[in-house]
Structure formats: C-alpha cells, structure tokens
Design a binder for this molecule. Structure first.
Ligand SMILES: NC(=O)C1=CN([C@@H]2O[C@H](COP(=O)(O)OP(=O)(O)OC[C@H]3O[C@@H](n4cnc5c(N)ncnc54)[C@H](OP(=O)(O)O)[C@@H]3O)[C@@H](O)[C@H]2O)C=CC1
Ligand SMILES: O=C1O[C@H](COP(=O)(O)O)[C@@H](O)[C@H](O)[C@H]1O
Length: 534
C-alpha cells in the first residue's frame, strides 16, 4: 500500500463521518504501519466558538438561522461552555427583545419534545444583541469587544478561538460588512483558531455583478474561509444523491443517455410572493431558485464520479458539468407570471419578472448528449413540492404491448414527504395476464419512523463549524452557474423575452407542458403515486 493520507467514510454513532486517517507507510515486509506521529491539525474544530448572526432582526435569521442553531444546541453540537451567539443589526432592540422575536420559532420536533421549554430558556441565554450599522467602525468595534470578552471568560488563548459570521443580510451590504469584519473582528492571531463567513444567496444578479462581489470578498478572505450557502445542498435527499448514484451497482450502468430519456428537476410553491413582491421582483424565479437550488441539484444528478469524497474533488466534478452546459435556446424556455402578481403595491407596474420558468439545459458530454434536463420552478402553483424525475427510454422490442401505460420513472421526492420511488410495470395480480403500472417505494416517513430529518440549515451550519466545504458553492462553480443564465436573464430584463400569464393555483402556463412533450417526456396516464400514510 502506498504512503498516503486516506479519507475514509465510516459509521460512528449512527452518523456517517469523513475522517482523516494517519499517514500509512509500509514496513520492510510491505505491511502497512500507521505512524503515530501526526502533523497538528491545521485548524481547530473545538474550543471557544462565537457565532455572529448579522441581520439578526430579519426574516431568515428568525425563521432559519436561530432555529437551526437551537437544534444544534439541543443535540449537543453546540455546547454552552464553549459557544456564544451574537445577533447584530441596526434595529435598536435589547437582548430580550431579540430573544422574544425568535422564541416562537424554536419549535420542538416529534422526537425531542421533552425538556423543550427548559432548553429554549437556556439557549436564549446564550444570545446577546449588538446594535450597529453595517459600514461604520463603531458597531464592529463594539462587537469585537463583546466577542473578546466572551473568549476571555472562557479562558480562551487569544488567537485560538473560532469566529463564525453568518451574513443573513441583503447582498448589497456584503462588501462593507466583510470589510468591517476583516478590519475589526478577526480572530487575532494564528494559533489554530479561525474566522469564517457564511454568505447567503442571491450572490450577484448576473455574471458581472457576481464576479465583482467575489472579487470584493476575495480580497478580504481566502476561499476556505468563505461558505456560500445554498440550503438545497443541505436537504436529506439531495445529500443522498451521491450515495445513491455511486454506492449502488444497478444505477451505474443505467445512468446515461443510453437509458435515460429526460431528467426533470422541479420546484413548486403553492403560495405567491406574499407581500415580499418588491424584493422578489429584483430577482425573479430564475435567480431565486433555478440558478442556484435547481442547478446545484442538476450538478449532483449529472456529474461524474469524483476521485474521492474530498470537497475539492466533488466540486471539481460539479464545475465540469456546469462548464459542459450548452448555451440556452430561447425556443426551449417558457416564462410565466401569475395573475395578481402585479397587484402587489411593492411590485413595479408592468413588471416582466417571471414567477415561473421552465427551461431545457443540454449537457454536451459523452454521458448526457441528447438528454434534456428540464428545470422547472414556479410560485403560486397548485401544490408545494420539489422533486427529481428521471424518465427512462422505452423497452426495445416490447412483447407485452404495455408501453401505452407509461415508461419507467425514477422519482426522488425532495419535499414534502421525502421519498424515492421507481415507477415500473408489473403483471397485474390475478388470473389474467395483463400489465399495470406500480412502484417500488422507499418513503422516508414510513421507513425511518424514529428518525427526525434535520433541517437543511442545521446540517450546513454544522459543516461551517467543522470546516467542511463539500456542500457549499465554490467560486468557480458560481461563475460557471452565472455563465449559463446571464445571457437569458439580460434578455428578460430588457423584456426581449416575455412572461405569459397563468392562473394562481394552476400547473403554470400550458406552454410549459407543451415544451416538456416536445422534448420527449411521456406522461403516465391512469397512475399516481400516493405517499403512504402511517
Ligand atoms: N428569508 C428567507 O427565507 C431567505 C433569505 N435568503 C437570503 O438571506 C438574506 C437575508 O434574508 P432576509 O432575512 O429575508 O432579509 P431581510 O430583508 O429580512 O433583511 C435582513 C436584515 O438586514 C437588514 N437590512 C434589510 N435591508 C437592508 C438594506 N437595504 N441595507 C442594509 N440592511 C438591510 C435589516 O436589519 P436592520 O435594519 O435591523 O439592520 C433586516 O432585518 C438575503 O440575502 C436573502 O436573499 C435566502 C433564502 C431564504
Ligand atoms: O431560497 C429560497 O427558497 C425558498 C424555498 O425553500 P424550501 O426549502 O421551502 O423549498 C423560497 O420560498 C424562496 O423564495 C427562495 O428565496
């Protein structure tokens, strides 16, 4: 065996962990011996930890960030003897006001209701609020002072502490905030501690603005310090994709253009912009959902097998897929806007911003040439769901004359009711020899009854603390993603491509279904998968 540092995946306390092993060298007989002298770890993953939520007064902070931190705390991933949480924003409120704002969002889940109220009180005591602006020294000096006091109170040696800054803020303020953090709030010296920043989407509006933002932040922080979060990468069934594809023999030979006729990645919401139309209108559904969430899922569905599970190996493969996507064809894009969207007083009159889009991405490589990847996302539709639908080609030389009933489909339901099911043809049970559509169904709610599936933000925040960037978007990935959509977005911004209207509560514009048919999708009739109930 060659001398090497091996990453292994092993099972420990029911959790799959990536573990770095000691270097392996060979003895004279060629047997491996494990060296007991290891280089010190480059960064600390334990010790005094300060988590700063910037934009603590906002929507994301109260609905997602603080609840995720609470759940990590409840599960023991954040220990009260080492962690302290700081909220930072301009709004003038007290510590208790902030605690009161978030208390109602710290809800128990089905397996951890016991002791909930007490845990909420203890958790809230770990939170302090600092008020300040995003571009002036004073607030950040004050923040640094508070963090340092916490570190001193935990007997942390200066420079050995961990500082995590979560920017739950509009991207327009990322540059000044990063500048302030860099100037006033960094971990003081290089004694194993670290400073990391988490930035939310939308990261830019197009290629140019994203690159500009990346340059601004890149001048202040190194790439390993920057965590570009896309919460879809934290969803259970998205995290399952690599295991599914590369740990199951029967998927390996069938996952390609020889067998698959189309792939759909779909996001539907059954509510509109709900008073946030003004914010949404600056972005639209492509920037809000498709360029990030759905494209990330596409990468994991389409990428080649990485050399290992190391974050850089995985992200290298994702970049290759993105760079293989051909320019979008206007003929394969349908844009929609739901009736009533323009009634929102915060939406500019006559806005062309799409609240729905279906588009076909073509991956120009050996595995996928000719297979349409249809990305579809819409607000104010008939249901809320996100799924990946892989339709297989027809069986050649069909002797059962069953093709009319529908093709094989493999569906990965990301939400709600996480599941994977395979639509297949079986003999209809009974005396007659006839065929019927049925399914092999792995519904998580039924199969894993004792497991609480963690919230995406919970996992991803834990990853940032552990320094694992696998599920975060690397700079070159982001650039490649914007390269795909920027020409289209610019044409939409100039109203060269128009949104057609659709009825709220519908499937979206009929043109989208027609496009799907045109690219070869065959709808199954007379069969619907129903999530099993317990
Ligand atoms: N909300 C959600 O569900 C999701 C949000 N995101 C992203 O997360 C980030 C935060 O989102 P969200 O919490 O909804 O945003 P908010 O609009 O609630 O803004 C968060 C905080 O930022 C401050 N702020 C708002 N507008 C400005 C401004 N123009 N200039 C300076 N500060 C401002 C406010 O704090 P104060 O005035 O007190 O300083 C506000 O409380 C955004 O990038 C968003 O795109 C991503 C996914 C989902
Ligand atoms: O990022 C966003 O995602 C939410 C949907 O997230 P989900 O986890 O509930 O699927 C969407 O409502 C919002 O517009 C968008 O910014």
């Amino acid at each position: 065996m060659k001398s090497a540092v091996c990453d292994i995946v092993h099972k420990m306390s029911d959790k799959w962990c990536l573990e770095e092993r000691a270097p392996v060298v060979e003895d004279s007989a060629g047997d491996p011996i494990v060296k007991d002298t290891q280089p010190p770890p480059p960064v600390s993953e334990d010790g005094c930890l300060s988590i700063v939520v910037l934009g603590a007064s906002g929507d994301l902070a109260k609905k997602k960030t603080f609840p995720a931190l609470f759940n990590l705390y409840r599960q023991g991933f954040l220990q009260s003897h080492e962690v302290y949480i700081f909220g930072y924003a301009r709004t003038k409120i007290s510590d208790d006001d902030l605690r009161d704002r978030i208390r109602g969002y710290l809800t128990p889940n089905k397996n951890t209701a016991e002791g909930h109220t007490e845990d909420v009180s203890k958790f809230l005591q770990l939170i302090k609020y600092v008020c300040g602006s995003y571009d002036a020294a004073e607030g950040f000096q004050c923040l640094d002072k508070e963090i340092s006091e916490h570190e001193i109170s935990r007997n942390s040696i200066e420079g050995s502490s961990r500082r995590l800054f979560y920017l739950a803020l509009p991207p327009s303020v990322y540059p000044p905030v990063c500048k302030m953090i860099k100037t006033y709030c960094m971990n003081k010296s290089d004694l194993g501690g670290w400073t990391r920043i988490v930035v939310e989407k939308p990261f830019g509006r197009d290629l140019e603005s994203a690159e500009h933002l990346s340059n601004q932040i890149g001048e202040l922080f190194e790439e390993p310090q920057i965590y570009r979060i896309d919460h879809y990468l934290g969803k259970e069934l998205v995290q399952n994709l690599l295991v599914l594809r590369f740990a199951n023999r029967f998927f390996l030979p069938s996952w390609n253009r020889d067998n698959i006729s189309s792939v759909q990645i779909v996001f539907r919401e059954d509510f509109g912009t709900e008073g946030r139309g003004g914010y949404f209108d600056q972005y639209g559904i492509i920037r809000d959902i498709i360029q990030n969430h759905l494209l990330q899922v596409l990468c994991l569905v389409a990428m080649e097998k990485p050399i290992s599970l190391k974050p850089e190996h995985i992200r290298d493969e994702k970049v290759k897929v993105l760079q293989s996507v051909a320019p979008l064809n206007d003929e394969e894009v349908v844009l929609g806007q739901y009736d009533g969207y323009l009634d929102d007083p915060t939406v500019p009159a006559g806005s062309n911003t799409p609240t729905f889009a279906t588009m076909v991405l073509r991956i120009h490589n050996e595995r996928w040439e000719g297979v349409p990847f249809v990305l579809k996302a819409g607000k104010a539709l008939e249901s809320r769901k996100a799924e990946i639908r892989i339709q297989f080609k027809e069986v050649p030389g069909d002797i059962f004359k069953c093709q009319k009933q529908g093709r094989n489909e493999f569906v990965i339901r990301l939400q709600p009711s996480e599941a994977m099911y395979m639509k297949l043809t079986v003999k209809k049970p009974g005396l007659e020899m006839s065929t019927a559509q049925s399914e092999l169904d792995l519904s998580y709610g039924q199969r894993y009854q004792d497991v609480t599936i963690p919230e995406a933000y919970e996992r991803l925040i834990l990853d940032t603390i552990r320094g694992d960037q696998q599920h975060f978007v690397r700079r070159d990935e982001l650039k490649a993603a914007w390269e795909i959509f920027t020409p289209l977005l610019h044409r939409i911004d100039k109203s060269e491509l128009k949104s057609v209207s659709y009825k709220p509560g519908s499937r979206g514009p009929e043109e989208a279904d027609e496009l799907l048919k045109k690219v070869g999708y065959v709808q199954t009739h007379g069969y619907t998968w129903i999530p099993p109930t317990l």
